[in-house]
Design a binder for this molecule. Sequence first.
Ligand code: GLC
Length: 448
Amino acid sequence: MKKSAAKRLLFTVLAGLSFAGAAQTTAPESVPSAAEMQRMQWFKDAKLGIFIHWGIYAVDGIDESWSFFNGKISYPDYMKQLHGFTASHYDPQAWADLIKRSGARYAVLTTRHHDGVALWDSAQGINVVKDTPAGRDLVGPFVQALRKDGLKVGLYYSLADWSSPDYDVFTRKEKRYSNDPVRWQRFVSYYQGQLRELSQRYHPDLFWFDGDWEHTAQQWQADKTREMLRNDNPQVILNARLPGNGDYATPEQGPPITRPAATYWELCLTTNDSWGYQQRDHDFKTPTQVIGLFADTIGMGGNLLLDIGARADGTIPQEQVDILDALGHWIHQYPQAIYGTDAGVPKDYYSGPSTLSADHRTLFLFVDGKPNGPILVKGLMNKVVDARLLGSNAALKTQLIGNAVNVPGLLYIDLAGQTLDPQMSVVALQLDGPLKLYKKPADASAGG
Ligand code: GLC
């Protein structure tokens, strides 16, 4: 694991701990109010978002911001990349169309990473309009293209800005100052001012914060930030990296094994090993792995935010286009098992991923590869009215064995002779009512 990744993980864990302890109305683990549920509905239903890391780090193909922070390159050399950031082949509509094809319902663009280089013509700080050959706002056209395709707009913004003369931390080894409230307040006003520009200009549906770990919620004046953003856009969703103020948890890279405690969560994941474009990184996940990860994520009630890194000229590497297209090809065959669903049954009941229709009357089972025999569901209290293979729509034979009074048996679903999806097949079990699972331990029900 890269040092930065290890550090991020630690902070994610710490951040998770602090959420659990914070008495916030919108903390990820708290029970949301009806109004909050309504605000979060599109996000919950969307299941897939595409994350785009785009910044001057793509010029040399090095770690975004972290490369100078960790001393892999000097700060002046890092900033020389400004001169190579052209965006000369940037086609925001092609980006939005690719995202739409992938099956995603929203996207998140890095408008300003920890290096402080803004992708829009901010009134403050460094930006690509005045400081790079790109010479124009790159955020606005993308926002417009997403909206044209009916996609929701997410803007990534790093609270930390290691380039700002008013920010205390410069690199891992160097601090500009400590304990200077006047200077810190200048920084807070600067970052809140930038957010206000994004908020009032582009009216995003979601803000994706990052870089929060160097300061507390109080130091960031996070309450005020949230209030300001909600004032501008009352329905806006905020991830939980605005400390103490977020709507949803953001596990990073490591896919969860069991269902996370947070009501709303989103796993962010790279397609290779880098967030931004790095020409030397060919360690791409296969479409089969990505589809498997996606099914697993939605099966536990989460969203996947799948990351791609654009080149400095604005083109997207073919390998990433191919992954998105393969994922989209799969998703578009099984929309009813994906969008608007709830988490499925725990793995004790069915060994693979599963989802539930919104009315909980259809259980969708994802079948990885080619099973050797029938697939098995345990503990289902409902009667199965109909079992079908999605796609071919073939009716499937089922067999129930070992059931007793009040104790459901084992339900076998026969896939023999069916044409299965080489990626992942989907079986739909229509139930006689909302899903009811058997919960008692076996010995408690001995004798029926
Ligand atoms: C971490 C890294 C950052 C990356 C982000 C994406 O916070 O610091 O480089 O943009 O994760 O989730």
